[in-house]
Ligand binder design. Structure first.
Ligand code: BEZ
Length: 237
């Protein structure tokens, strides 16, 4: 018989509405994703407070919070620790930890307490092959309409690359704004991919009168968009 322990909750997928929840955080109560309607939000989990990899991650993310805010993106953390643990850990980070030139780092974004693991389970953050009692390092990108647009999962031992999270955010916003796709390792200012032409003839037609477009074959065409144009569009909000 299925018990709450054995009940299988489907993992959220790209394109799904972000599962809804209400939670207590270090910045008060939140109603997710409704409270974030109109902005992008990154919901991310960490395994435990007072652990070194998580501390390095929080210091890095908190230091970059302004940069994410300029790109209309808010941050929300989560672990299965309680509120008083969260508060004590964040205070320790601010008052005691100096790491890689970062010090007096104040974490101003909300950190969810999830002792019951209700939210962590909804988001597939508890992965028993890795740990039954801690959330893995999950990252969910939720767009202004509350839709999951990307997700990344890392194991407990691997700290995340926050420049990559920022790159992914800007790339998705650029894809939305210009109806393009972004190639491997894309950074603002690099050429972008125009939607597949469909056939050789169409590619040729599209190139004619479009000096800027470059086709490597019928299915692979790029065009430039300047860094200035990308940043003006993304950072304007
Ligand atoms: C850490 O953040 O250092 C950590 C947390 C849980 C397991 C392993 C490492």
């Amino acid at each position: 018989m299925e018990t709450p322990e054995t009940q299988i909750i489907p993992m959220p997928r790209i394109g799904d509405k972000a599962p809804e929840f209400k939670a207590v955080t270090t910045q008060g109560n939140i109603n997710f994703p409704a409270d974030y309607s109109g902005s992008w939000v990154i919901l991310f989990s960490h395994p435990a407070d007072f652990t070194p990899v998580c501390t390095s991650e929080f210091m890095t993310f908190a230091t970059m919070e302004g940069k994410f805010a300029e790109a209309n993106c808010k941050l929300v953390g989560l672990s299965v620790d309680g509120l008083y643990s969260h508060i004590a850990w964040l205070r320790t980070i601010k008052e005691k930890i100096e790491y890689k030139g970062m010090k007096n780092v104040e974490v101003k974004f909300p950190l969810i307490e999830d002792i019951t693991m209700e939210v962590a389970k909804k988001y597939g953050m508890i992965q028993p092959g890795e740990s039954n009692t801690k959330a893995v390092r999950a990252v969910f990108f939720v767009d202004p309409k509350g839709v999951i647009r990307a997700m990344i999962y890392y194991p407990l031992s691997l700290g995340r690359n926050f420049d990559e999270l920022y790159r992914a955010l800007v790339a998705m916003q650029t894809a939305d704004a210009f109806s393009i796709a972004t190639p491997a390792d894309w950074q603002p200012g690099d050429d972008v991919i125009v939607p597949p032409a469909g056939s050789c003839g169409v590619a040729k037609e599209r190139m004619e009168g479009n000096e800027e477009m470059k086709c490597y074959d019928w299915f692979f065409c790029t065009k430039p968009i300047s860094k200035e144009t990308v940043l003006k569009t993304i950072l304007k909000k």
